[in-house]
Design a protein around this ligand. Structure first.
Ligand code: CP
Ligand code: NVA
Length: 341
């Protein structure tokens, strides 16, 4: 890793291709430095006196906690505004909410449905806006994914391959495809034809990969996609905001893409690692896991428990890295600091 010395100012982070290769590398280097400084008890608080709004229209465990802990550790303050406790979208438009929050806060983290909502917020807030997930993109997730793959690679990330399996129309797949292409990775997507990534996003990722030395492959052929992969990645088969009835149609389509031990073996790579943004349906220890077992005879869905809970699984490093990368993003927007002590 070649540490950068400054981080370019980041006006907003709404989607993955708001970052170019240099900016992405600067943020990842800054996140790695912030992680090391925290472990050494040497972190410098640079958000003292700053206040951040965390405006979420969908549930969250990791993203909300990552923003809150990052803000507290940097000496700032925040307000978490959940779907039930604001007027957003009901009695007040996104524009008006943006103007009000922008007068009070130094930055806004937003999680919502339509991607245009986070764009509207950014247009009117007058302060940095960070996308904590929309139906289309999950850019702070992809930064954590890249940091985690860097940490678990013995070679440069530009010489590694990641394969996403599952519902590739979703935010996590779109962000991985695009951020992986920016990083110059070999990014593969294995999915049924009905669940391919948005064609605009595939085109963007292909164009970026042409310039970065990366590679993009989208195919229904599992063997072609997973062969030699360094990382396998999956996500839930039905995302937030989709109706529960979607499970019945999704399960038969996605069963061939489930990540189980046999799938790891199909890579032919004994060192393959497993990634998942979480939450994951990997057993019957959640309400949804039990419901899927009762209704569809599934024991876990997108990933088998013996993969999720195996030495190859790096999902909890990935979850922790949400915080370090989000901290780097907020610092880049609000101070330009790069995580140096
Ligand atoms: N990966 C992720 O975004 O998790 P949360 O939904 O818990 O924030
Ligand atoms: N695709 C998932 C990601 C959850 C972090 C969803 O949108 O529900």
């Amino acid at each position: 890793m070649s540490p950068s010395t400054t981080v370019s100012r980041l006006p907003h982070l709404l989607k993955d291709d708001d970052l170019d290769r240099t900016h992405q590398e600067q943020l990842l280097d800054a996140a790695a430095r912030l992680k090391a400084a925290r472990a050494d008890g040497a972190e410098q608080p640079r958000l003292a006196g700053r206040t951040i709004a965390i405006l979420f229209e969908k549930p969250s465990t990791r993203t909300r906690s990552a923003f809150e802990v990052a803000i507290y550790e940097q000496g700032g303050n925040c307000t978490y505004i959940d779907p039930a406790s604001s007027h957003l979208g009901v009695a007040e438009s996104i524009e008006d909410t943006a103007i009000v929050l922008g007068r009070l806060y130094d930055g806004i983290a937003f999680r919502g449905y339509a991607h245009t909502d986070v764009e509207t917020l950014a247009q009117h807030a007058g302060v940095p806006v960070w996308n904590g997930l929309t139906d289309r993109w999950h850019p702070t997730q992809a930064l954590a994914d890249l940091l985690t793959m860097r940490e678990h690679s013995t070679t440069s990330i530009t010489r590694t391959s990641v394969c996403f399996l599952g519902d590739a129309r979703d935010n996590v797949a779109h962000s991985l495809l695009t951020s992986g292409a920016i990083a110059g990775m070999d990014v593969r997507v294995a999915c049924p034809d009905q669940l391919r990534p948005d064609s605009d996003i595939t085109r963007i990722a292909e164009r970026i990969a042409d310039g970065s030395g990366g590679r993009v492959l989208v195919t229904a052929d599992v063997d072609e996609a997973v062969r030699g992969a360094d990382f396998l990645y999956t996500d839930v088969w039905v995302s937030m905001g989709e109706p529960p009835e979607a499970w019945a149609e999704r399960i038969p389509l996605l069963r061939p893409y489930r990540v189980d031990r046999a799938m790891l073996e199909r890579t032919g790579n004994p060192n393959v690692k497993f990634l998942h943004c979480l939450p994951a349906i990997h057993d019957q220890n959640s309400q949804l896991g039990r419901e899927l077992a009762a209704a569809h005879g599934l024991d876990g869905a997108e990933v088998a428990d013996d993969v999720f809970d195996s030495p190859q699984s790096i999902v909890f490093d990935q979850a922790e890295n949400r915080m370090h990368t989000i901290k780097a993003v907020m610092l880049a927007s609000l101070t330009g600091a790069d995580g140096q002590a």
